[in-house]
Design a protein around this ligand. Structure first.
Ligand code: S3P
Length: 171
């Protein structure tokens, strides 16, 4: 039974695009946690935040982390805040290798600015400096990763190649 490969990391570090490409390369099923939460709750993540608040989203996220950790051989892209709960980290680690995707605040800012309005934690006027501060706050949580891969100035294929190289020593 193969452990899951679980992509963690800040918003805009490429977890979904890298995850889906990695799954193709490894011929594994790909699960995007946020999309799965949206499917089961029949609401977008933005709607869950707006109608029911962040606490409700975190509880849906926790249920999903638990559910997915009972499966194996998956590539899972998580939402950027999944690691804020140590319970989630414990679940995901039990049957998974945690891979953190990193990027510079500049790159993250550029990437998230292209997709405005879909991330409830990034309000309209969010600046690059806000992102730098949020990254700093989140950094201790991302240290739970088994592997870290820098995605700045790299395309998806280059990130996947880098990741596969590092996974070789573990898988
Ligand atoms: C969040 C990141 C989002 C989504 C939610 C909360 C966070 O996912 O789960 O808006 O707390 O960092 P992405 O990392 O895919 O943007």
């Amino acid at each position: 039974m193969n452990k899951n490969i679980v992509l963690i990391g800040f918003m805009g570090t490429g977890k979904s695009s890298v995850g889906s490409r990695l799954a193709q390369r490894l011929k594994r099923e790909f699960v995007d946690m946020d999309r799965e939460i949206e499917r089961v709750s029949n609401m977008t993540v933005a709607e869950i935040f707006r109608k029911h608040g962040e606490v409700r989203f975190r509880s849906e996220e926790q249920l999903m982390a638990k559910k997915l950790s009972q499966r194996s051989n998956l590539v899972i892209a998580t939402g950027g805040g999944v690691v804020l709960s140590s319970e989630n980290v414990d679940h995901l680690k039990r049957n998974g290798i945690l891979v953190c995707l990193d990027a510079s605040p500049e790159d993250i800012f550029a990437r998230v600015s292209r997709k405005k309005g879909i991330r409830p934690l990034l309000k309209k006027g969010t600046t690059e400096e806000d992102i730098r501060l949020m990254l700093e706050e989140r950094e201790p949580y991302y240290r739970c990763a088994d592997i870290r891969v820098n995605t700045s100035e790299k395309d998806v294929d280059a990130v996947v190649n880098d990741l596969l190289q590092q996974l070789k020593n573990i898988l």
